[in-house]
Write a protein of this length. Structure first.
Length: 164
């Protein structure tokens, strides 16, 4: 069997809202995107399965993290809107009701943390495509052999970063 490396590709799409807190133009307003996360996994082919990495397994591992961002609102640390949105969600009972929604575990990382009960993620850095590539890598690197991550938030906005 060859030691040649192959790349398996996992795509995840999800909707999210965010804003660029200190941006002077229109993106300072809360707005939404259909994000597409592409994760390239590199490994040798398993002689039994014939896969370098089974994409369905990669999808499941990645979705454990990405589900936090699906239909979520991302706030940058220090955004004054965060406390206001949390207060309204609490007052109005807007939450990730376990009877009707997939239960989420809390994200607790130096680059991001979450309020899973409200589908809110707080990021250390502004949520640009570049910073989201880094964030998803950091949250997923111990789960899979990531070669490259690409994140697209629209047809005009995308970034890629290779790792290793």
């Amino acid at each position: 069997m060859s030691d040649d490396k192959y790349t398996s590709i996992v795509n995840l799409d999800f909707q999210y809202a965010h804003r660029f807190m200190n941006w002077p133009r229109e993106a300072k307003h809360l707005h939404g995107h259909s994000g597409l996360l592409t994760i390239e996994l590199e490994d040798t082919v398993d002689p039994v399965t014939g896969f370098a990495h089974a994409c369905k397994d990669g999808f499941k591992k990645a979705w454990e993290i990405c589900d936090h961002f699906h239909h979520a609102t991302l706030f940058q640390e220090g955004d004054p809107l965060l406390d206001a949105v949390l207060a309204v969600y609490k007052k109005e009972g807007i939450n990730n009701d376990p009877e009707n929604c997939v239960p989420l575990k809390k994200i607790d990382h130096a680059l991001a943390w979450s309020y899973p009960e409200y589908r809110i993620v707080v990021t250390k850095k502004v949520s640009t495509c570049e910073n989201l590539c880094e964030l998803f890598y950091e949250l997923l690197k111990n789960k899979m052999p990531i070669k490259k991550i690409t994140f697209r938030s629209s047809s005009m906005n995308a970034a890629s970063k290779e790792f290793k």
